[in-house]
Design a protein around this ligand. Structure first.
Ligand SMILES: C[S@@+](CC[C@H](N)C(=O)[O-])C[C@H]1O[C@@H](n2cnc3c(N)ncnc32)[C@H](O)[C@@H]1O
Length: 323
C-alpha cells in the first residue's frame, strides 16, 4: 500500500522544482521573493504541525487511509516550501546586491525614512540625547570640535538632519561612511562640516579609515542597523574593540534600541515585503539583536557603560567608553 520509493521520489522532485523556482524568483524579483519566503516558512511549519496532529488522530480514527494520504500531500508541500526557502537564505547575505537597485532592500531606506519623518524621529532622538548628559558635545563657541562618525550611512539623509540640528548649538563635524558606498544611489553630498567619505568603507575598517583621513579619535560613533547589526556573534566583540580604540575617552557609540516586540517586527516586515510600505520597524533593533552577546562579553562590560535614552521608537542605547 505504501510505496516508500515513490514517496521519496515525489518529495525530492517537489524540493528540486521549488529550489529552481525559488532561485529564479529570487534573481528576478528579490522583494517579492522575500514576501513569499516568509509565507513558505509559515506554510511549512503549518504543514508539519498538521502531519503530527494527523498521526496522533490516526490512532483514534477509523479512516486511517484518508489521513495517511493527507499527511503525504502535506509532506510534499513541506518539501516544496523548504526548497523555495533555500535560495533566498543563501543569497540574502550578499548585502551589496540587497541594497542595490535589484535588491530586496532597495526601498528599505526611503520607505523607512518616510516612517521616521512622520514620527519626527531625528528631532526627538537628538533632543533626548542632548538632554541626557550621557553624550558630551563641544558647544558652538568652543574652539574644539566634536567629531561624529556614522557607520552604514546609506544615503546619509538622517545624518544630514542630525548635523543640521546639532550645529545650531554645538561645534560638530559629521563623517558618513558605508560599506557599499559604490552601490548606494542618491547619497547626500558633502557640504560645510558634513562629509561623506568616498569608497566602500566597512565599520570594521574604522581605524584604517581614521588614520587615512588623519583623525586620531572620534567622539561619537553612530551605528544604526549597520555594522553591529550585521556582525556575526564571533566578530561583535572585535568591532567593539575597534570602536573603543577609535573613540576619545568618554566617547560614545550610539545604537538604535527601539522597544518593539519580535512578532510586531515580523508582521511589519511581511507587510513591507508584500505591500512595499513600512508601517513600523520591519526588523528588530540593533540592541535587541546583540544584547545577549554583549551581556556575555567581559571586554564590553569593563570598557563601556551602557545607558538607555528615550522611549519606544525613539530609544537608543549609548555605550560610553569608560576606560
Ligand atoms: C539597514 S541600512 C541602515 C542605513 C542607516 N544607518 C539607517 O538606519 O537608516 C544598513 C546599511 O549598512 C550598510 N552596511 C552593512 N554592513 C556594513 C558594515 N559592515 N559596515 C558599514 N556599513 C555596513 C549597508 O550598506 C546599508 O547602507
Amino acid at each position: 500500500m505504501f510505496d516508500l520509493n515513490q514517496f521519496l521520489i515525489i518529495s525530492i522532485l517537489m524540493f528540486v522544482i521549488f529550489l529552481a523556482v525559488g532561485g529564479v524568483v529570487w534573481n528576478t524579483n528579490q522583494r517579492l521573493y522575500k514576501g513569499l519566503n516568509r509565507i513558505s516558512w509559515i506554510v511549512m511549519i503549518g504543514q508539519l504541525a498538521t502531519v503530527f496532529a494527523l498521526i496522533i488522530l490516526a490512532r483514534t480514527s477509523d479512516d486511517f487511509l484518508f489521513m495517511f494520504y493527507i499527511s503525504r500531500i502535506m509532506l510534499y508541500g513541506a518539501a516544496a516550501s523548504l526548497g523555495f526557502i533555500i535560495p533566498g537564505s543563501i543569497l540574502r547575505t550578499k548585502l551589496n546586491k540587497a541594497y542595490s537597485d535589484k535588491g530586496y532592500l532597495k526601498d528599505w531606506y526611503d520607505k523607512t525614512r518616510v516612517y521616521l519623518i512622520k514620527n519626527n524621529w531625528t528631532e526627538k532622538m537628538i533632543d533626548s540625547i542632548t538632554k541626557s548628559k550621557v553624550v558630551h558635545l563641544h558647544k558652538i563657541k568652543e574652539p574644539k570640535q566634536s567629531i561624529i562618525y556614522s557607520i552604514g550611512s546609506n544615503r546619509g539623509e538622517t545624518e544630514k538632519e542630525i548635523y543640521l540640528l546639532l550645529k545650531e548649538k554645538y561645534n560638530v563635524k559629521m563623517i558618513c561612511t558605508d560599506a557599499y558606498y559604490e552601490d548606494v544611489t542618491n547619497k547626500t553630498k558633502t557640504f560645510e562640516d558634513f562629509i561623506y567619505l568616498e569608497g566602500n568603507r566597512p565599520g570594521e575598517d574604522i581605524e584604517d579609515i581614521l588614520s587615512e583621513i588623519l583623525v586620531r579619535n572620534v567622539d561619537v560613533i553612530i551605528d544604526k542597523k549597520a555594522c553591529l547589526w550585521y556582525s556575526k556573534k564571533v566578530n561583535l566583540e572585535d568591532v567593539f574593540r575597534k570602536y573603543h580604540r577609535s573613540l576619545s575617552l568618554n566617547g560614545v557609540i550610539i545604537i538604535d534600541a527601539e522597544e518593539i516586540s519580535f512578532l510586531r517586527t515580523q508582521l511589519n516586515n511581511l507587510f513591507y515585503q508584500l505591500a512595499n510600505r513600512i508601517v513600523g520597524s520591519a526588523e528588530r533593533s540593533t540592541y535587541s539583536k546583540i544584547k545577549n552577546t554583549i551581556s556575555k562579553s567581559s571586554f564590553i562590560n569593563e570598557h563601556y557603560s551602557c545607558h538607555f535614552v528615550g522611549h519606544g521608537v525613539y530609544r537608543t542605547a549609548i555605550f560610553r567608553k569608560v576606560k
